[in-house]
Design a protein around this ligand. Sequence first.
Ligand code: XUL
Ligand code: CO
Length: 437
Amino acid sequence: MAFFPDVAKIKYEGPDSKNPLAFRHYNPDEMVDGKSMKDHLRFAVCYWHTFRGTGSDPFGPGCAIRPWDDGSESVENAVKRARVAFEFMEKLGCPFYCFHDRDVAPEGKNLSETNKNLDAVVKALKEEQQRTGIQLLWGTANLFSNKRFVHGASTSCNADVFAYAGAQVKKALEVTKELGGVNYVFWGGREGYHNLYNTDLRREFDHLAKFLGMACDYAKKIGFTGQFLIEPKPKEPTTHQYDSDCAACMAFLRTYGLEKQFKFNVETNHATLAGHSMFHELTYASSYGMLGSIDANRGDELIGWDTDQFPTNLYTTMQTMLVVLNQGGLGSGGLNFDAKVRRESFEPIDLFHAHIGGMDTFAHGLKIAAAIKKDGVLKNFVKQRYATWDSGVGVEIEKGSANFETLEKYMLEKGEVAANTSGRQEYLENLVNRYFR
Ligand code: XUL
Ligand code: CO
């Protein structure tokens, strides 16, 4: 059965195409920097926005037209939605998808009925994966929507809630393994606080660490070998999310000895909410070997919340892909479109336009980043800028053979520092602009 009868498989038609249902840059088999675009980009459709998004906002209910969805919380409706999702992804040519347990299957009366519902839909997802070859980039658990998680999940003041969350993640890990998921994501949900008058911050951090440790133990026990990813976000829903940015997550993981088991899933809109550029968050994570995957979206420069828009900013996608290329790829990670169409874009076809645009902006950004990397212009500049560290006193400091006394002796003899040189920011910005064609 065709749920998108008017849409054929989306094809690459080249930069001059005016067809809104064609790619202008994403050409999956085209080789860039020694690898196909498909393998560089590893695009994933996100189930929650694309197949559960209704367009509701705090001022009005959903208005999205989704003819296949009867609006019920039945397993039949959930299975049908799974068939729709795979037709969509197949036509789009998107090789991966991501989901939360509760996106794909409805909750039942109790945990055991909920788990049964999940199993029924997972069966359909598995059939569809086998039919299409589309793979699971990552699974995760929704530990924030149900009212039991009002105070958080692993950081709840209620120990029973920690226990429920543990049982839920146990099942989500089993299902992710069953579907061959290559990563598993922990986004903080309601793990954070609104007010310190009622919060034992240190105890909550300890509990979060315990929870993640239990997840590592269980993954090992069942032989789940996918990469664990933490997704930083500074605020929303809580005023202060514990996993606020990559640096805070790094400090947390190291404090509790968990840094070897996790990498980061860095999201563009979360980076900007944290007051950083995406380029900063990616560079920080990558510098420490912690960049595992990306939630590809964008915020709005004028709005201070998580608008989760589709990525259409070529500068950001170029910078993102430059970091990815410089670290030799994302490994098992990929680019998940954690993005939703605007409420006003309520027709099914808008879902195609949104994803095609996101994929094209990343493919275009990848080509520009590859050209910049090939010419080595930024790398060479940075190398040159730090040249004083490659000989003499610089080497002594870096290798640890200098101390304040040797430095004093050196400087007393020399009298003054070697001349500083310009940082040439404007020259470099102009240089980068030359690659945008
Ligand atoms: C929330 C967010 C989540 C995670 C998965 O801001 O980004 O959808 O990506 O839980
Ligand atoms: Co996300």
